[in-house]
Design a binder for this molecule. Structure first.
Ligand SMILES: [Zn+2]
Ligand SMILES: [Zn+2]
Length: 249
């Protein structure tokens, strides 16, 4: 019997679901990682803030008075970092479960579509999604990078260009968790650099970097110092506008 590729992969997925049934990360009910009941208790982050001062800002655009040469131009996040969303992101970090990523990105994009300012930013020409990178040694140890995996899915769905290797992490920083605000800033300072081997030509003398606008993606916004530092690195090299995007805050 001849099976079409799609049928055989559906067949295989069916077997895998049978052997390892998907269970809700919160209540354990089988069927999906994020069951509809638990999703009712998911809280969306509706408050839009200026990424520089973290005070409320219309549509998440940086206040004109806060905007400097190398700051983020705006910031959008979808979920509050708690409950089932926090569990899902935690699983992604420490365990490779690509199905969870798929479900999470679907939820994320359905809420993101309602955000007018963000949608307007994405309509500009030459938008490139760049994930905040891990240090190479950490990525090797973990076996993958969750921001690359999620970023790839998001860029694909939004129909924008994806450049996972434009930024590299040159400093193996301590985890930001547990550090005070000023310690976080020092810890992350000069942590990123443009990758000279990137497939996206990033010469400061010209090239697409100067004519592109960037969506800088990270999974979670904690103090914002990581996204701010990554934005500074892109802008120092001459990048156009840089908008921060995270799943949760
Ligand atoms: Zn549930
Ligand atoms: Zn501000």
């Amino acid at each position: 019997m001849h099976l079409e590729t799609k049928d055989s992969s559906d067949f295989l997925m069916g077997i895998l679901d049978f052997i390892f049934p998907k269970k809700c990360l919160n209540c354990g009910k089988t069927g999906a990682y994020f069951c509809s009941e638990c999703l009712n208790f998911t809280s969306l982050d509706r408050e839009r803030i200026c990424p520089v001062c973290e005070r409320p800002a219309i549509g998440g655009a940086t206040h004109p008075g806060c905007l400097k040469d190398r700051s983020l131009d705006g910031f959008t996040s979808v979920f509050n970092y708690k409950g089932i969303i926090r569990k899902g992101i935690g699983k992604l970090k420490y365990k490779f479960v690509s199905d969870i990523a798929g479900e999470l990105v679907e939820l994320f994009l359905s809420s993101l579509g309602e955000d007018e300012n963000f949608t307007r930013f994405c309509r500009q020409p030459n938008i490139v999604l760049v994930p905040v990178p891990l240090h190479p040694s950490r990525e090797r140890w973990r076996g993958f990078s969750q921001t690359k995996m999620l970023g790839n899915l998001i860029a694909g769905n939004l129909g924008i260009s994806f450049q996972p290797d434009l930024l590299i992490r040159v400093k193996n920083t301590k985890p930001q968790v547990g550090l005070k605000e000023d310690e976080r800033k020092t810890n992350i300072k000069d942590a990123f650099s443009l990758n000279p081997a990137s497939s996206f030509p990033a010469s400061p003398q010209g090239g697409p970097l100067l004519t592109s606008n960037f969506l800088l993606f990270d999974d979670v916004w904690t103090s914002g110092s990581t996204l701010k530092e990554a934005a500074r690195t892109l802008k120092k090299a001459g990048a156009g506008k840089v908008w921060g995007l995270t799943l949760a805050r």
